[in-house]
Design a protein around this ligand. Sequence first.
Ligand code: CMP
Length: 136
Amino acid sequence: MTERTLVLVKPDGVARNLIGECLARIERKGLKLVAVELRTVDRALAAQHYAEHDGKPFFESLLEFITSGPVLAAVAEGPRAIAAWRQLAGGTDPVEKAAPGSIRGDFGLETQANLVHGSDSPESSAREIKLWFPDL
Ligand code: CMP
């Protein structure tokens, strides 16, 4: 089934010049990029995007981190795009969970500054794409 997923290359990934690496992996996997935009995230968008984490101990520092520099936001489309992008990204903890060969497994060390974000379900994908790309 064709799906869409939100793709973020977070401020650490942008600062480390990993935009091309991440987008190349998405394209090589066979997913199609249907929107790509470099943007600065304000606190309101960050808080809405991460609303499910409101109240968690890392919420405030997560908002500070995601608003700390430019973010690459994109939408990738294809069969099982949500799971496919999560596979490419690897588990949230780049050391304990992300497999070598995944983006986080290959390039990450920290759970917060873990380079990329992907929607985790069709519901969150629909919500996140509407939030980041309301005109799409
Ligand atoms: P992401 O996939 O964008 O979804 C939620 C984000 O919160 C996650 O990636 C990390 O950047 C961050 N995160 C999740 N768990 C923790 C944690 N235990 N400590 C700090 N940051 C976290």
